[in-house]
Design a protein around this ligand. Structure first.
Ligand code: FAD
Length: 338
């Protein structure tokens, strides 16, 4: 089959690899210049910052097995950073709950490196936004917008289309599949403002990462405590979902100023950064994932996958959800044609 996958995040890449291994001809369309979506590494003059996903944990055997392979290949490594809970500059132990005791992993030398490894051998067309999915007979055409190819160029025809993108980005494309659209509309995402900070000297903070209470911030982490990052005092701070929703339309300067103040209060350090930059994630975390592993309409041959599926896990959508959903999507297609 000739299959189009929209989105080169983890879900799309895993799905593409599986489908290609099954003998399908797969093309992945990605709107950004870089792949791996929210497992992002922002390149700056100080080196890379993990400004999206911070680390991943594994509950399922399938994801645990994948991590064993990735560790052997040298693509990911354990992250044993010291983590605490912070409130107004006071650090407390993060406790010993089952969630806390889980091993954390990071991709090396930055979170996006895992996607770059998984992308090898795949046909990925970057900087191509899929604007519309259109039926042509029993096949599909994609309408693309790009700065590098003429606007509205059509790609296809494809025998099947997979949307491996957040539900809020999938719904505008799912008018052609009303049943899938109705389900995708049930998922909910929260945005996140991320702040990246570089300091001249060490802040001498006795931890590498912290969940922050009573603050605009929810999380901070010292990037260089992760393996193979460029040395230097680099921190990433994530605003809470509530603050990010309320301040979603703030301009970057205002958000930066407010989040930097919150960083100073949370850490108790007043040192000014030599680098400060913010990034606004529109669809950051699936705070209401939907039941199941993925969506697939066997008559229309269109599907959707990503971290907005529970995929047998508890809690919000995470990297493991994206992995399991991408795998399940490929399996649904395999079963459909056999
Ligand atoms: C700030 C932040 C912190 C996080 N922290 C963690 C964490 O610590 N641990 C954890 O497990 N998870 C974390 N997550 C969530 C994790 O990043 C995601 O669950 C996971 O990366 C989702 O992968 P995905 O493939 O489903 O989607 P994405 O990574 O969003 O991939 C979708 C891709 O599709 C592209 N795209 C979208 N629309 C189109 C279109 N129309 N045409 C072409 N391309 C398109 C996007 O550019 C993107 O590259 C965090 C996320 C954020 C933003």
């Amino acid at each position: 089959m000739h299959i189009a996958i929209v989105g080169a995040g983890l879900a799309g890449l895993i799905c593409a690899r599986q489908l290609q291994e099954q003998g399908n001809q797969v093309v992945v369309y990605e709107k950004e210049r870089e792949i791996c979506g929210r497992m992002g590494t922002r390149q700056t003059e100080l080196g890379g910052f993990d400004h999206g996903a911070q680390y991943f944990t594994a509950s399922s055997d399938a994801f645990k097995n994948a991590i064993v392979g990735w560790r052997k290949a040298g693509w990911v490594s354990a992250w044993n950073g010291k983590l605490v809970v912070l409130e107004n500059g006071e650090a407390e132990s993060a406790g010993r709950s089952a969630e806390m005791l889980k091993q954390r992993y990071v991709a090396i030398p930055g979170m996006s490196a895992l996607g770059q490894q998984l992308a090898q051998g795949l046909d990925i067309r970057t900087e191509q936004l899929v604007k519309r999915v259109e039926a042509r007979g029993d096949q599909w055409l994609l309408n693309l917008v790009s700065d590098t190819v003429p606007a509205d160029e059509a790609a296809g025809p494809f025998d099947a289309v997979i949307l491996a993108i957040p539900s809020g980005q999938a719904t505008p494309l799912l008018g052609v599949a009303p049943k899938l659209l109705a389900q995708a509309e049930q998922a909910r995402f929260a945005p996140c403002w991320a702040l990246m900070l570089g300091f001249q000297d060490s802040l001498d903070l006795p931890y590498d990462g912290a969940w922050v209470k009573s603050s605009r911030l929810a999380w901070i982490a010292r990037d260089a405590s992760k393996q193979q990052r460029r040395a230097g005092e680099h921190w990433v701070a994530h605003a809470s979902p509530a603050w990010s929703v309320e301040h979603f339309d703030d301009d970057e300067e205002r958000a930066k100023e407010k989040l930097l103040k919150a960083f100073h209060v949370a850490t108790g350090s007043q040192v000014q950064p030599i680098y400060a930059h913010v990034y606004r994630w529109h669809f950051a975390q699936a705070v209401q994932p939907i039941a199941g592993d993925c969506l697939w309409d066997n008559t229309l041959r269109i599907g959707a996958c990503g971290d907005w599926f529970k995929a047998g896990l508890d809690g919000n959508g995470r990297i493991e959800n994206a992995y399991l959903s991408g795998l399940a999507m490929a399996e649904s297609l395999r079963l459909a044609v056999h």
